[in-house]
Design a protein around this ligand. Structure first.
Ligand SMILES: [Zn+2]
Length: 113
């Protein structure tokens, strides 16, 4: 079974974020519960990285930031050409590389089906 993407909802105000936070950026609440993310999001921005650190076999990576309905944002790998600001993408949480033989999970963005 695939692990779920790291998404949390503030128990006080309901704001959803990706990755764990010490405090809610909206209300400063300190308690969170696991949340589900939509399967699609809107690409806010993207760029290409040509000087990759050790551990990446690709010549370059196209990375972007998406916003889900409800406002949560995530950075991840844009897997296809032709994406631009405003493109709707399908979001997957999947192994994006290996570290010492162990998969490292991250957000990956695909063309919306
Ligand atoms: Zn909050």
């Amino acid at each position: 079974m695939q692990p779920a993407p790291p998404a949390y909802k503030c128990s006080n105000c309901g704001r959803t974020t990706t990755y764990a936070r010490l405090r809610c950026l909206n209300c400063r609440g300190e308690t969170f519960e696991a949340a589900a993310l939509p399967d699609t999001a809107t690409l806010l921005t993207l760029t290409e990285i040509h000087q990759l650190p050790v551990g990446f076999d690709e010549r370059f990576l196209r990375v972007g930031i998406v916003e889900f309905a409800g406002g949560a944002r995530a950075m991840g790998w844009v897997t296809f050409e032709g994406a631009e600001t405003g493109t709707q993408v399908e979001v997957r949480w999947e192994p994006i590389r290996d570290s010492d033989g162990e998969p490292v999970y991250g957000f990956a963005f695909y063309p919306e089906a």
